[in-house]
Design a protein around this ligand. Structure first.
Ligand SMILES: [Cu+2]
Length: 384
């Protein structure tokens, strides 16, 4: 009994002795940092294809938590100098979405090596966390948008941080504002071009998404085109980082899905893209599927419209962002229409977009600055 007490007291003493130095020199607690993935206008037409802010500095042992900030799709992916996996791949059963992009791999920590991928993050809200274990400067990318890259600088543990989270947030907001302003300029600059076909009809070129430099407009410009029977329309994507489709469909039915997961007996589902390749002919004369398939940046696709009518189409990739369009075909004798003249402003058809995307952003930035000032004042008061 006595020896038990002695051993207990001895044990307690040893435990306290061991704890002593740790109390005197506490290890710096690891921090978790917040980074935004993308950002958008209220109608989803203008998208920032950026991690915000584009550079963040953390310490060894810290975690970064990325959160989706737009109704869009992105990944957070560290390639460590390795090759970039392709988005889509051909197969015996048609076009497939690459599972290496869609599903998470690596993680939850990163030491500067290997392929670490969040997998597909879709819509506002989902997040991905990664802990950094080794000092260095690391580039990461979104595997869906080639221009979307950013940097994590990892300092040795215990280093002084160059920014607080509040400063990181302010920087993110400023960068988002710049990207969306640029997207708005791209939208205003988009023009509907037309030229004469050799048979006397007219060919129009609709801008099939426009952007670059980490900003994009996911809209057909203009949304509505009115042409005379016999005319042709060419859809040309000028955004270097987005794929689109031009898919006419019966508006009485459902918008076809872009990716259809197909369960497999083993492992993850197969991600089939049923409309990845062209379907139907190029003469749109009824309300059924006429599909360009996936159009890579710079690729164009032309349909002709021999019969009067109203033809509705969609980009299957960006249906949830509201990328719909309409071609109204009048009889060849009808007077030339002004409907195909001015694209500017047309895409802003979404709910709550009347004030444009910049007003809420400016208000948001102002509130953020105000909040920052209040926090600083409170901190100053606490110090005093
Ligand atoms: Cu699209």
């Amino acid at each position: 009994m006595g020896s038990f007490v002695v051993r207990f007291l001895l044990g307690l003493f040893v435990a306290l002795a061991l704890r002593g130095p740790a109390l005197a020199r506490p290890a710096q607690a690891a921090s978790t940092w917040q980074v935004l993935i993308g950002g958008e206008s209220t109608d989803h037409a203008l998208q920032a294809q950026a991690f915000l802010p584009s550079t963040i500095t953390v310490n060894e042992g810290d975690t970064i938590n990325w959160t989706m900030n737009a109704d869009f799709s992105h990944t957070v992916s560290f390639l460590s100098g390795g090759p970039r996996p392709p988005d889509v791949m051909p197969s015996d059963t048609g076009v497939l979405f690459n599972p290496a992009i869609a599903f998470p791999s690596g993680g939850p920590s990163y030491d500067g090596t290997g392929f670490v991928n969040s997998g597909l993050l879709q819509g506002k809200g989902p997040s991905f966390a990664l802990t950094f274990t080794k000092a260095g400067s690391y580039t990461y990318v979104c595997l869906l948008h080639p221009g979307m890259a950013a940097t994590v600088v990892v300092q040795p543990a215990g280093s002084t941080y160059p920014m607080t989270q509040a400063q990181v947030d302010a920087q993110a907001n400023a960068e988002l504002y710049a990207k969306l302003s640029q997207a708005e300029q791209d939208l205003e600059g988009a023009q509907l071009a037309s030229k004469a076909n050799s048979n006397g009809t007219t060919n129009y070129t609709v801008v099939n998404g426009v952007g670059g430099n980490q900003a994009t407009v996911v809209r057909f410009l203009p949304v509505d085109v009115t042409v005379k029977a016999g005319a042709s329309v060419t859809w040309l994507g000028t955004d270097p980082h987005e794929i689109h489709t031009v898919s006419f469909y019966d508006p009485a039915g459902k918008v076809p899905d872009f990716v259809v997961p197909q369960p497999q007996p083993n492992g993850p589902p197969k991600l089939v893209i049923p409309h990845g390749a062209p379907e139907g002919d190029r003469e749109v004369d009824s309300q059924e599927l006429y599909n360009s398939g996936i159009l890579a940046p710079g690729q164009s696709y032309t349909f002709t419209f021999p019969k009067p009518g109203v033809y509705t189409y969609v980009c299957l990739v960006h249906a949830s962002q509201g990328m719909f369009g309409k071609v109204t075909v009048q009889t060849a004798k009808a007077a030339p229409s002004g409907g195909a003249s001015r694209p500017a402003g047309l895409p802003r058809t979404g709910e709550g977009a009347q004030s444009g995307p910049l007003v809420p952003l400016v208000v948001g930035a102002f509130l953020l600055v105000l909040l920052g000032a209040l926090v600083l004042r409170r901190r100053a008061a606490q110090i005093r």
